[in-house]
Write a protein that binds this ligand. Sequence first.
Ligand code: PGA
Length: 248
Amino acid sequence: MEILITDTYEEISKAAARVVAKALNSKPDAVLGLATGSTPLGLYRELIRMHKDEGLDFSQVTTFNLDEYVGLRGDHPQSYHYFMHENLFKHVNIARPNIYIPSGTTDNYEAFCKWYEQRIVECGGIDLQVLGIGGNGHIGFNEPGSSLGSLTRIKTLTKGTRKANARFFKSMRDVPKYAVTMGIGTILKARKVVLLATGESKAQAVVDSLEGPVSSMCPASALQLHRFATYVIDQAAASKLTLDTYEH
Ligand code: PGA
């Protein structure tokens, strides 16, 4: 695993944007796996800047998002459809038919999840998957206990995750209880993975995932099995790491 430790959030965002830009420059029709949450916002801002100032081209890119809340329509301000549109897609030249985000409103989740997995394969597989990490070690909405071989499916959100995300909703009651998420097996199939983490609240999950055993109790620890996984994290998120060989 490659671990890059930076001083500021801006540096995390720029380093991650360079990884994405490199993928697009070497393969203009790359397939990106994308994440939501507060952490990748700076990355998306930087990609938008690179698109506007440097001509970073998304015209042939295909994207698959990790997850979506069950029960929220695409125009709900807290849906991940809305998030992606507002924070990235509407600002770059991506072709709308090339955007895939799990549905939170289908009437047949089983069929939808199967189709989502098939679409990823039909599009050639994910070249680069962007990830955040939950305080409990989740990636996507693969909460602790998720099968390390899991594919796209519905997951029940833990109380902790619902509490962490309640800040975006009017009240805890409004936070959805379920989500559709790519599985850990889906994520492991991506050719390259870049995980971003910032702040002390992620330090335990970061150390568990990098230095702990591979365990479904820390879903991100499955990335130890990946050949090309990079962590881009700040000092606070790195503060519990014990090896002195990480790159600063
Ligand atoms: P955050 O969420 O980026 O908002 O901290 C990350 C996650 O829960 O995966």
